[in-house]
Design a protein around this ligand. Structure first.
Ligand code: HEM
Length: 446
């Protein structure tokens, strides 16, 4: 509901602005791009302007998001043409309430009409992902995706995860250094999920990584046609690759997830061929990128909180509590998308039917009304209802796997390389709105 006008009293936002001055990197504009349902009071018209595609935001979004939570929690982002929801309660509603916030948001990736003619293939593909569907289509596809995580597929997964992590460290231990993102944080989930569970060939992982990076960048830089086109090329290459894998399973079925989907398509008509390909891309690209980002961002966060790092070094396997804190603190899937299914009044604004909405998970997970000392990494944090894996129907189906492999990744790392440290103080952020993380992270040890 709309808040009543506060008369001539100083508005709470104006007051908050004196307590929390705008971040120095943020330009403050007097204009208000997308008018809400009522005339703004003059005292309330000075709104922050935050460009969520700017390098400053993508390098460190937290000061900007804090400012939005406090001053303009339902914020129209002109650069992405989405409403940003930044408070915990609103983000949770955005993720869960499918009657108001539809997931069929693939077209909102096109921020300029003139881009559409070039981006039809990628938009059509996105529209087939389970994450871009509402019920009943979502339920149908999600039921099939869940099968990738059935107990037969995850048998011995803990043992396999540990063996894979140990093997990866064996490859680099004598060198005294590695590029952590590529050599460990990406390689572990890729080997475990793509190869062991989905059935991809190990030799294709390097090519696949580049495709995943290019595709993830496209979802995170929707203002830039060149980046979107590069992502579209990567997507087309991925779909060719997966189509070849599908053909080989038609000729010779195996005990893997691709064969399972092929059967569901050919023998049970539970989905189409295009949908098989789309779910495989979603699983492959989404699964690695997020897990990799928690592992690499998590390590960086630990280096920046030496007292927390000491806790892990003394007892390398993170407790469940510690691991949850790493998911909250890193929040790599920072900005899921929705589209307003009807006119929605929220936070004094009118979100019009058909407009894009981003429930900013990364912001909800730092909301001081829910989390004490939200900007601190506290591995012993007790109350931690973070939204890092989403919420509601679309809650992450890979969370079980991520929760299993990430603690093992850290346990093996700190046990085998107890003196690991960053090679330099430079931070190479990936500039990606959808999947926040590091592009590279050189580390050394002795
Ligand atoms: C730490 C690692 C991970 C994080 C932080 C994460 C985060 C998320 C979030 C926030 C969503 C909800 C998106 C939305 O509501 O629009 C989601 C959905 C999804 N995730 Fe994950 N994820 C992780 C790991 C994985 C893994 C390992 C896989 C697969 C192997 C995976 C596959 C998926 C899929 C298929 C969906 C769409 C589900 C649906 O729409 O029903 N994720 N993930």
């Amino acid at each position: 509901m709309l808040m009543p006008c506060q008369g001539c009293l100083p508005s709470s936002r104006a007051y908050a602005a004196t307590l929390f001055p705008p971040h120095p990197l943020t330009a403050v504009h007097l204009t208000h791009a997308e008018p809400g349902p009522r005339q703004e009071h003059p005292h309330m018209s000075q709104k922050p302007h935050v460009n969520i595609l700017s390098p400053e935001f993508l390098t460190n979004p937290h000061p900007f998001l804090k400012q939005l939570r406090e001053q303009d929690p339902v914020y129209w982002s002109e650069e992405t043409r989405h409403w940003l929801l930044t408070r915990y309660e609103d983000v949770q509603a955005g993720l869960r309430d499918a009657t108001r916030f539809s997931s069929q948001s693939s077209e909102t990736f096109v921020v300029r009409d003139e881009f559409m003619q070039h981006l039809r293939p990628i938009i059509t593909h996105f529209s087939m992902w389970a994450v871009m569907k509402d019920n009943p289509e979502h339920k149908r596809l999600r039921g099939l995706i869940n099968q990738a995580f059935r107990p037969e597929n995850l048998k011995d997964i803990q043992v396999r995860a540990r063996q894979t992590a140990e093997w990866l460290i064996d490859q680099v231990q004598d060198k005294g250094e590695m590029e952590f993102v590529n050599d460990y944080a990406y390689a572990l989930p890729a080997l475990l999920f793509a190869v062991e569970i989905l059935g991809m060939d190990r030799s294709d992982l390097t090519t696949f990584k580049q495709w995943s990076v290019d595709l993830a960048r496209a979802t995170g830089r929707i203002d830039n046609l060149d980046i979107m086109l590069k992502g579209q090329d990567a997507l087309l290459a991925m779909t060719d690759y997966i189509t070849r894998a599908i053909n080989s399973r038609i000729e010779q079925p195996r005990e893997d997830f691709i064969s399972f989907l092929v059967k569901a398509w050919r023998e049970e008509s539970k989905l189409t061929l295009e949908e098989v390909v789309a779910q495989m891309v979603l699983l492959l690209a989404g699964g690695h990128t997020t897990t990799q980002n928690v592992i690499s961002q998590g390590l960086l966060a630990l280096f920046k909180h030496p007292e927390q790092l000491e806790i892990l070094k003394k007892n390398p396997e993170p407790t469940r509590q510690a691991a949850e804190e790493l998911y909250r603190f890193t929040s790599p899937a920072q900005a899921p998308t929705r589209i307003a299914a009807c006119d929605i009044e929220l936070g004094g604004k009118l979100i019009k039917k058909g407009q894009g909405v981003m429930p900013m998970v990364v912001s909800a997970n730092r909301d001081a009304t829910i989390f004490e000392q939200p900007d601190e990494l506290i591995l012993t944090r007790e109350k931690n209802p973070h939204l890092g894996f989403g919420s509601g129907n679309h809650v992450c189906p890979g969370a079980f796997l991520a929760r299993l492999e990430i603690p093992i990744a850290f346990e093996v790392l700190f046990r085998r390389l107890p003196n690991i440290q960053p090679k330099s103080s430079h931070e190479d952020w990936n500039m990606n709105l959808s999947f926040r993380g590091l592009s590279t992270f050189p580390v050394v040890w002795n």
